[in-house]
Design a binder for this molecule. Structure first.
Ligand SMILES: [Cu+2]
Length: 311
């Protein structure tokens, strides 16, 4: 999907596009009005061979001067009014005491997404149903981040100790890309956001599968991985529903297998990439708040089998 203000993907974004077009058209007309007489004068009043005296000097025309002062003032006032209207359309006021549909928390360097109604907690990838306007509450757990999804015309600061609100909506199913837009430390560039807009039926199916508590595997590598996960330090930082791991320092891993990317977009969610991450996160995302745990290849293999089973 092309990221462009000419291709708005929600009613909120298209109000901004409309203002852009109106401004471009008015600007184009002004350009022509100024350029036309200028070009005409260049040609009509140019010096001709044999001209020896200085041409006629016109020292002012009150009527014209009033016209070219009042007209721009009127145009600017109109654009100002249209801008106010657009702000209201693109960011409609949030009713008092409105409950958010989604809570976004910026962390160095990943995003936590919570859906208060369903209790779903996920990271870096948001699912939304198409055609529904979601109220998103945005905050930060550490420093100032910025929630920015240009493909849906959305941008708002994530400030520690403060909550902002923004509406999020998509017209058609698809994946809309975003990123952190406020420099927040070494891995700021790898704080990507994926907004995955599903048809309402697909969204309901996603919601339902995210609410399942995963079954603890009892056989094979996945079983070994599940035990390792609890005995190694993983459970000090991560949550997996239905197990003793319930820390929230790092992303919730309850349904890790259902995500498309790992570590805020730095890797694809494939067994190979997950093994590389677990093998040494610091080699992949230097400075990330997950230490290199010096796992053996066997441990990595078992953990990958377990984590990828968490669909
Ligand atoms: Cu950032």
């Amino acid at each position: 999907m092309i990221s462009s203000p000419f291709n708005p993907n929600s009613p909120l974004a298209s109000s901004i596009t409309t203002l852009l077009f109106v401004t471009l058209i008015i600007g184009g007309i002004v350009f022509l009005i100024v350029l036309g007489p200028t070009l005409y004068s260049y040609i009509r009043f140019r010096a001709r061979p044999g001209d020896d005296e200085e041409p006629y000097q016109n020292l002012g025309n009150t009527r014209l001067e009033v016209l070219w002062t009042v007209t721009p003032a009127v145009v600017l006032a109109a654009l100002f009014g249209l801008t106010l209207l657009t702000m209201r359309r693109s960011d409609p006021p949030v009713p008092d005491n409105a409950q958010p549909d989604l809570i976004v928390t910026g962390h160095q360097w990943w995003w936590e997404f919570q859906y208060p109604d369903s209790g779903i907690v996920t990271a870096n990838e948001i699912h939304i149903p198409t055609g529904k306007r979601l109220l998103v509450q945005v905050t930060s757990a550490d420093v100032i981040h910025n929630f920015w999804v240009p493909q849906l015309g959305r941008k708002v600061d994530a400030t520690p100790g403060y909550t902002s609100h923004i509406w999020l909506e998509a017209n058609k199913p698809g994946t809309y890309l975003g990123a952190c837009n406020e420099y927040c430390g070494t891995q700021h560039a790898w704080m990507r956001i994926r907004v995955i807009a599903d048809s309402p039926a697909d969204f309901a199916a996603w919601e339902q599968s995210q609410q399942q508590v995963p079954v603890i595997p009892t056989t094979g590598d996945a079983a070994k991985g599940s035990q390792l996960f609890q005995s190694l330090t993983c459970s000090n930082c991560h949550n997996i529903d239905g197990t003793a791991a319930n820390a929230h320092i790092g992303p919730d891993l309850t349904h890790l297998g259902s995500r498309e990317t790992l570590a805020a977009g730095v890797l694809n969610n494939t067994p190979g990439d997950l093994a590389a991450w677990l093998g040494n996160p610091q080699a992949i995302k230097p400075g990330a708040h997950m230490p290199n745990l010096n796992l053996t290849p066997d441990e990595v293999h078992a953990l990958v089998a377990y984590l990828e089973s968490l669909q």
